[in-house]
Ligand binder design. Sequence first.
Ligand code: IMP
Length: 182
Amino acid sequence: MAPPGIRTILFTANQIRDRVGELACEIDKDHRPDEPVQVVAVLKGSFVFVADLIRAMRTPLTLDFIAIASYSAGTTSPGEIQLLKDLDSKIEGRPVLIVEDIVDTGHTLHYLHNILGARAPKSLRTACLLTKPSRRAVTAPIDYAGFEIEDRFVVGYGLDYREQFRQLPYIGILDELTEPLR
Ligand code: IMP
């Protein structure tokens, strides 16, 4: 049963598992089996997705984390994006896969592409579990997208509202928000 505050379950744990498996197959097809991919998980929201995704992939890989704080100032303004934790590893000459939970305005992904692209990786691709195309303010290249959703605030499977709900095994729409989101 959904906890208080969750109005609708958008994607069940089974639906997510199946889609993540499909994404892993697509990613495997685009990468060589003899060259490890550097997976870059964007904290915190992608931690559940990346854990499932990498276990469904056959391509060899190494995993690193990057942490971003984005203080969005609205749909069209990038607000302020701050790098809280950089990668521990070098990515020059390596195939890189950014793993994001959700692409909303696109500012975060746009920023990541700029800073990681400047480090001359061999290739730079992005996988996101969710995307809200109607909210896009800047072009953010996505190679693998799990589900397209409407402009709704969703939680669960790593996604939070004020640090809550990350542990839900499904993705749900929040019923009532105590404070404005953006
Ligand atoms: P963007 O820079 O506007 O694309 O925002 C991306 C970040 O905003 C995501 O990585 C999430 O942390 C957060 N975000 C955007 N929409 C949602 C949502 O519906 N639920 C939870 N977090 C969200």
